[in-house]
Structures are given as C-alpha cells and as structure tokens.
Design a binder for this molecule. Sequence first.
Ligand code: AMP
Length: 223
Amino acid sequence: MTQKRILNLIFLGPPGAGKGTQARMIQEKYSIPQISTGDLMRNEISSGSSLGNRLKSFIESGGLVPNELTLSILLNRIKKEDCKNGFLLDGFPRNVEQAEELEKALNGMNTELSGVIALEVDDSDLISRLSDRRICKGCGDSYHLQFKKPSVDGKCDHCGGELYQRRDDSEEVIKNRLKVYHEQTAPLIDFYSEKKKLSKINGKNKIDMIFSEICDIIDKLKS
Ligand code: AMP
C-alpha cells in the first residue's frame, strides 16, 4: 500500500500575484486546506472581536500585523484536524522571523515543509490587477473588472455572492503593500532557495497554465 504523503506547502508572492486564485484550485484538487492569514484576519475583524479591533489598523494601512499576533492566529489554524495531511499557506510567512518560527512549530509537530512555490509578477501589473480586483463575499473567489469579469455585474459566477472591493485595494495602500513586500517578504525567496525548497513560476501566464505548472511541482513533491 502506498503511504499518503503529507503536503505542507507555501505560496509566496507579492499581493495580487494570484496566490489566492491558485490556492483555491489546489485545495480542491489535492484536498488540503488553503490557509490565508489575510482571510483569517479579515474574518476576525468582521466578527467584531477585540483581536479583530487590534488587527484593523495594520491591515488598513497596508503594513504587516505584528509577528506575535500573526503567529498565534496561524499556529491555532494549522493545529486543526483538517491540516493533518497537509496545508497550503497563502500570505504566510511574510518575513524571515515568521519563516523561522514556522519551521520550529512544524518540527514540534513532527512534520516539515514540503515546498515553497513563488509566483513572480512585475509591480506595474500588480497595481492594475489589485485596483480592479473584486472579491466574492460568499466564497472569496476573485474577479478583475477587465480580465476576469463576472457574467453578471457585481455577482459571483460560482455562488452568486456579492462582489466587493477590499479597502486595502486602493492605489495608495497598494503602493505601501508592495513596498512592504519588497522590504520584508521578498528576502524569503533567497531564504527558501538556500534551503532547496523553492520553485519559481511566472505569474504573468494564463491561470490554467500556471495551475498546470504548479500541479507538476506538487506531483513531484508527492512522489
Ligand atoms: P492578504 O490578504 O494576504 O493580502 O493580507 C492582507 C493584509 O493582512 C496584509 O496587508 C497584512 O496587513 C495582513 N497580513 C496577512 N498575512 C500576514 C502575515 N503573514 N504577517 C503580517 N501581516 C499579515
């Protein structure tokens, strides 16, 4: 009998690179949960909890939420039962300290990272992608006003949910998010490359082509 391989994956890339779109497709194909720290934080804010209130100002400015808060949110999530065969992190880690803490936590759980997939897209494309991005309130699927229009204006093709624009997808906040990415998150490319965990993908290609390249990488990690 072949043993089921645990798949602990990270999607790395600037905001708007397509991590969320690809992560949802991978979640479906490989039955591992997509874990977006941004989604977890936005849910916390919507719930009106005191933690949510602390997170709000960081997110609205486009800066990073402090590591201590972020780590506790992430670690609580990956300890859940549905992560026992693996998970796909989207938006975490965002700096080297988070990456080191994740490594320690996985060691403590007798598991390890399987691989890191980096989606590469130029800043000029990201600004247009993000400012015209609309997200479904129901299922989190994302659309683009020019390149991936919903069939009915303002409604999600999959679940009929209402589409909205994230507050941090305004041009000024986007510029700050990209600055933060280059200063704090991009160094993770070298960090994971040195650990021989990194695979790079051109995030400018068509969604289906990127998906098939990612599946090839994952299939190799599984074999
Ligand atoms: P995202 O949905 O991944 O674009 O994240 C939206 C915002 O949530 C970011 O701009 C940060 O303010 C916050 N955030 C998400 N993930 C992290 C993380 N790993 N570390 C710190 N802040 C984060």
